[in-house]
Design a protein around this ligand. Sequence first.
Ligand code: F6R
Ligand code: ZN
Length: 198
Amino acid sequence: MNSTKDTPFTFAVNVAQATLEQYDNHITRTLSSMKGQYLDAATYEAMLPEEDRLLYEVYEIRRPETAGELLHGLSVVHPGKVGSEYFMTKGHFHTVLETAEVYYCLKGQGCMVMETPEGDWAVEELRPGRVLYVPPRWAHRSVNTGADEDLVTFFVYPGHSGHDYGTIEQQGFRKLVVEENGQPKIVDNPRWRGPESR
Ligand code: F6R
Ligand code: ZN
């Protein structure tokens, strides 16, 4: 396990399959963990009893959660939609707001939806070979806009960042990504509950 290592180490990314040769922790998130996040609440409620679908998975290399460390691993968002809204991660601010993150896309098609507490927002495309730099202060959520392929990204962020999920759970993101006429489209979130809307 890497957590006990204080010497350099290497491991392989299987680029063709977009998998890691080794990892210490495997997190799975299903539909039931996304309550209140999808705009089409009626479709969400109807889907739940049918199957608690697996939406995304994270494979982590464990490192100490301290400032000098870099936490890293693989994020896999599966394809699918709730109504017209694509499968996505919960999304979060880092608890230490002034911490950034780098994502390298290995597989699939999608985007990162981002916003700051100051009211800025951005949506950047993720596709194989692209690197996304998420600056400090930007909340981030990955969205798989592909029809039948996983969206796989390798991520790296400072060890002391922490995760604030509560703010996004309460207020949502300003922007949503939905399918319209077979294409991804960025739309305003009518249920956004940030400070300016209250
Ligand atoms: C870590 C990070 C990613 C996400 C992963 C799952 O800071 O941004 O590793 O944790 O893509 O998304 P969340 O954490 O929003 O469920
Ligand atoms: Zn993050």
